[in-house]
Write a protein that binds this ligand. Structure first.
Ligand code: RP5
Length: 165
């Protein structure tokens, strides 16, 4: 967690998810967004998950990023117990390549939305959280614009390279 009160909670079902979820943490750090990183399991610590999810908005969190693998119920159960936007990251495990995680997270019933990124794409979860925060923060929005301009420049350089420039 950074020194300021966290605005984004990055949670995951196990520390074995961290190698994937670190990309979201890195993006939040890159944009100087105060955040916290926690392990909380929907299946192994259901009571603690309830406490975390119900306490998230009152503590000042604005967005939750939740990563899980396999029977990946963490994002959906979190979303059911908070009014905050929840972004789910399907973590690929050894078997089924993350398709199990993706389908577990994306197939939410109407009424309880979870924004779901691609399998293993925690960086996009971080960027989406930054975009959500930027709706009320002009300086953050400017930084996103610069980030997208940098991406476009990288494509132009690649184009130049393949054209032999
Ligand atoms: C899920 O079970 C976690 O999100 C993790 O992806 C998976 C395996 O957990 P460990 O057995 O490695 O703790 O709940």
């Amino acid at each position: 967690m950074t020194a300021d009160l966290p605005l984004v909670g990055v949670i995951m079902g196990s520390d074995s998810d961290l190698h994937v979820m670190q990309a979201a943490v890195d993006v939040l750090a890159q944009f100087d967004v105060p955040h916290e990183v926690r392990v909380v399991s929907a299946h192994r610590t259901p009571d603690w998950l309830t406490e975390y999810a119900r306490g998230a908005a009152p503590r000042g969190l604005r967005v939750i990023i939740a990563g899980a693998g396999g029977a990946a119920h963490l994002p959906g159960m979190t979303a059911s117990m908070t009014t905050l936007p929840v972004i789910g990251v399907p973590v690929p495990l050894e078997h089924l390549d993350g398709l199990d995680s993706l389908l577990s997270i994306v197939q939410m019933p109407t009424g309880i939305p979870v924004a779901t990124v691609a399998i293993g794409n925690a960086a996009n979860a971080g960027l989406l959280a930054v975009r959500i925060l930027a709706t009320g923060d002009d300086s953050l929005r400017s930084r996103i614009e610069r980030h997208q301009a940098d991406l476009a420049e990288k494509v132009r350089v690649k184009d130049e390279h393949v054209r032999g420039g």
